[in-house]
Structures are given as C-alpha cells and as structure tokens.
Design a protein around this ligand. Structure first.
Ligand SMILES: Nc1ncnc2c1ncn2[C@@H]1O[C@H](COP(=O)(O)OP(=O)(O)OP(=O)(O)O)[C@@H](O)[C@H]1O
Ligand SMILES: [Mg+2]
Length: 279
C-alpha cells in the first residue's frame, strides 16, 4: 500500500443484526489518499454513518477489511493509534461538549490521555486557532452559536492531532452562517494537510470536495469529481439526490436555450458564466 493512502476499505460488509439478511454496508471498496477532501452523499439510511464508523474502529467489519494508514482496524493493539489518527465529529454539537469553558473543553481529551501540561497548552492553542474559535477560548460553550459549538468540537478533535477528520453531517443542525463557518474551518484544516471525509446532505458542501462518493443501499453507486457528479443530474435523481443550486440554474437555463458550461456548479462559476453571456 502506498504511504500516501489514508484509508483503504476492501469489500466491507456489515450488518447490525447478523440474523437479518440486509447489510447496512454491502460490499464497499474505496481509497482515500492523504490530504484529500472526500464528500459522501446518499439518501437517509443508505449506510453512510455505518461506513464512517468503520473508519476509526467504532464498528468492525463483518467481512472485508478497513485499513487506516495500513493498520487493520481489527487489530486490538492498534486501536489507540487508529483512534488517534482518525477523529470523528458528529451532528449534534451539544452532545460533544463536556466542559464549561471552551479551552477546557478542547483540552479535555488530552488531559485524559495524560499529555504533559505545557504540551496541552500548545496543542489546544493551535487547535483553537485552526478551528477559528481562538477569540472564544474563555467563553462558556452553551452561550455560543451552533456553528461556534461545532467548531469547539472540531478543535477538541484537532487537538489530538489526527491525520484524518471524519465529519458525519457535522453541519446538519446549523443555520446557513454556522454552516459557512464550519465549511471555512474544513478548508483551513485541509490546507494544513488534514484528510477530510465529510458526510453531508448539502450539495453546496459536496461541491467543495476533491471527490464525491454516492451511496445507495449499502453500496457506492457513483464516484467522481464534483464536476463529473453534478454534470449529470438525472443520475443523481435516481438516488434521490439533487445538484447544487448553481447547477440547477445551469440546467433550467439550458431548457430555454441558454447554455452555461457543464462544469458550472458553484455560485462563483455561475456568476462568471452569466457575466460572460451578458457582456
Ligand atoms: N444502531 C443500529 N442498529 C440497527 N440498525 C441500524 C443502526 N444504525 C443504523 N441502522 C440501520 O442501518 C442502515 C444504514 O444506516 P446508517 O445510519 O448507516 O445510514 P445513513 O446513510 O447514515 O442515514 P442518515 O442519512 O439518515 O444518517 C439503515 O437501514 C439503518 O436503519
Ligand atoms: Mg447517518
């Protein structure tokens, strides 16, 4: 396996109830390279969270393998290393916050691990800056907005210095400005070299990724760059998914004979294409 592979999943199958015939993940193979930003899309119940929980050994394969930087998640002795390399952020920030002051919350896991105090200071400062909540470090988490709370949760995970961050609908409970702020944090982390896997129902978010995986009924059914995935809306509709608004506008304009480039998927590209037309 090349050194730059972060996650490698081979023919993964998993059932919550081995007595039942349906698999929640039903034969998934994928690779995520280091530094990549991968978005995972799919209708409710298609197995996204189940797959994500295999990335840091919260769940273990019924069959097939999951390798984290080459480490098999079924190897007990590697559990600590795997959990340290792959951090998870979930949907509800309130369930992820434990302390009454932001910086204490970010330090919580490190203190539990017995990291020496001066190192904790350096690491939480770095994490709070990266997550964009430095100026809130002395605030009470319950007084923060949803987006700020979620960035506190991200900082807590980043303080562990993971190589990979898995976000399972981390923006689902946020308002548009909270979502934008978390997306901004994701971009900063990615620029810092952290691999990102983001499960999302927001197409605008997926449009920012390097690569999109679409799941349906426990399998990966489409895979490609956002441009590839969003240039064929009819394939997405088959899996009960939509294209981003910019791509929708592109397709509506095409119906009345106004052609924008097929790769128009972000508001910026859409604005540029319209500007060219109007010139
Ligand atoms: N703890 C559980 N016990 C039993 N079945 C479960 C459990 N969690 C999920 N499932 C089932 O496994 C399948 C996949 O669920 P999963 O939560 O992975 O889907 P998802 O794509 O994350 O959905 P959503 O978009 O709603 O979050 C579904 O049929 C679901 O009902
Ligand atoms: Mg889910």
């Amino acid at each position: 396996m090349p050194a730059q592979t972060m996650l490698k999943v081979q023919d993964l199958r998993f059932r919550y109830d081995p007595e039942q015939p349906q698999y929640a993940v039903d034969g998934v193979s994928l690779c995520v390279q280091k530094g990549e930003f991968v978005a995972v899309l799919g209708a409710n119940g298609c197995g996204k969270s189940t797959l994500a929980k295999h990335f840091n050994a919260i769940l273990l394969p019924e069959s097939g393998t999951v390798l984290v930087e080459g480490m098999d998640t079924r190897t007990d002795e590697r559990l600590y290393d795997i959990r340290q390399k792959v951090g998870m952020v979930f949907q509800n920030p309130d369930n992820q916050i434990v302390a009454t002051v932001v910086e204490e919350d970010v330090a919580f896991a490190l203190e539990n691990l017995g990291v020496p105090t001066p190192d904790i200071r350096t690491r939480i400062d770095e994490a709070m800056r990266l997550a964009g909540i430095w100026d809130k470090r002395e605030s009470a988490p319950h007084k923060l907005s949803g987006g700020q709370k979620q960035r506190v949760a991200i900082a807590g995970v980043i303080a562990m210095r993971p190589d990979c961050l898995v976000l399972d609908e981390a923006t689902a409970m946020l308002d548009p400005s909270g979502r934008a702020a978390v997306l901004d944090t994701i971009r900063t982390l990615r620029a810092a070299g952290i691999t990102i896997v983001a499960i999302t129902h927001y197409m605008e978010e997926a449009a920012q990724a390097d690569r999109i995986l679409v799941m349906s009924e426990g399998r990966i059914v489409l895979e490609g760059t956002p441009r590839e995935i969003f240039s064929r809306p009819e394939r997405l509709h088959r899996y009960h998914l939509d294209v981003p608004q910019a791509a929708e506008l592109r397709d509506e304009l095409a119906k009345v004979g106004i052609r924008l480039p097929a790769g128009t998927i972000t508001p910026e590209e859409c604005a540029q294409a319209l500007y060219e037309l109007l010139k």
